[in-house]
Design a protein around this ligand. Structure first.
Ligand code: C2E
Ligand code: MG
Ligand code: MG
Ligand code: MG
Length: 290
């Protein structure tokens, strides 16, 4: 790409060449600066973990949470994963970021369980670079042991592409996590290239139907049929189904009709701070006592 830009620039004259070259340098310099800044942010622990409730479709109660990382940038404010996860991945910083998120989640999950004994687990997103690392399971175990958190309080979300890339290897890794007592789910289900037939071979507990299929239910007959088919097939295989991105009551009533197990989405709550999440749990416990 850089070569093509230079070639084109050269043929247009010297001034243009200088223009392109300096533009390229600026990009490289900016990227390196951003990577250095990311490294510093890890050291300074500028990352915060927000929690989006996972809600039971049947009871309307919070049963768990998904940990979603944010960068509390001192100058730029709260940054979302879309703004930095890709660069962190390229800079090789995802394993460290992932361990930071797990560390915070372990601390918080004990508090959440204490506030409401029915609180299940916190789900953590894994990137491909983490999942393919053979030391991941040992590292994860040493963190949860340090906090005295039981494995059943932590869930890992992995995507279809992470699993399909090297199926046999992925199954061995997943078996290790299951044997250690962790819960596993397939994130963004339906967007990758795995088929429902593969599900029975993967030792996972649940699938999370991607937001793109939920967005237009019940109006869109194709999406509605797909969601119903996923729920039916997953249940046949003994898996739970979680719907992502539920932001309207009509979506929720459709999911209830289809007997989908849990949902997440702005209709109930966006991702919130640990403190806000704790007070939501407290409210839920108080309402029941009345
Ligand atoms: P994801 O795992 O699919 O997470 C769900 C995303 O959908 C979150 O965005 C969440 O805020 C958003 N969302 C939830 N409900 C709704 C809704 O009703 N409507 C809409 N429009 N959006 C909704 P977020 O927090 O920006 O995260 C984006 C992605 O970044 C995540 O997608 C996940 O792949 C990645 N990510 C987040 N935290 C981590 C982390 O700690 N480690 C790694 N490796 N990846 C992470
Ligand atoms: Mg996720
Ligand atoms: Mg997802
Ligand atoms: Mg998604």
């Amino acid at each position: 790409n850089a070569d093509i830009a230079m070639y084109r620039a050269k043929n247009k004259g010297k001034d243009n060449f200088q223009f392109y070259a300096s533009e390229m340098n600026t990009h490289t310099v900016e990227r390196l600066a951003f990577e250095a800044r990311l490294r510093k942010a890890l050291e300074r622990r500028e990352f915060v973990v927000y929690y989006q409730p996972k809600v039971s479709v049947e009871t309307g109660l919070i049963v768990g949470a998904e940990a979603l990382v944010r960068w509390n940038h001192p100058e730029r404010g709260l940054l979302y994963p879309n703004d930095f996860i890709m660069l962190a991945e390229e800079a090789g910083l995802i394993p460290r970021l992932g361990m930071l998120v797990l560390d915070v989640a372990c601390r918080d999950v004990l508090n959440f369980r204490q506030l409401d004994s029915r609180f299940g687990r916190i789900a953590i997103n894994l990137s491909g670079s983490q999942f393919n690392d053979h030391q991941l399971l040992d590292e994860v175990r040493s963190v949860i042991d340090f906090w005295r958190v039981p494995a059943n309080a932590i869930e890992f979300e992995i995507t279809e592409s992470m699993v399909m890339h090297n199926r046999e290897q992925a199954i061995i890794l997943m078996d290790g996590f299951k044997e250690a007592g962790f819960t596993l789910s397939i994130d963004d289900f339906g967007t990758g290239y795995s088929s429902l037939a593969y599900l029975k071979r993967f030792p996972v507990d649940s699938v999370k139907v991607d937001r793109s299929f939920i967005k237009d239910i019940p109006h869109n007959p194709n999406d509605t049929a797909i969601v119903l088919a996923i729920v039916a097939m997953a249940h046949t295989l003994g898996l739970k189904v979680i719907a992502e991105g539920v932001d309207a009551p009509t979506q929720l009533s459709t999911l209830r009709e289809f007997q989908c197990d849990e949902y997440q989405g702005f209709f109930f709550s966006k991702a919130i701070s640990a403190k806000e999440f704790a007070s939501l749990l407290q409210k839920q416990v108080m309402v029941e006592r009345v």
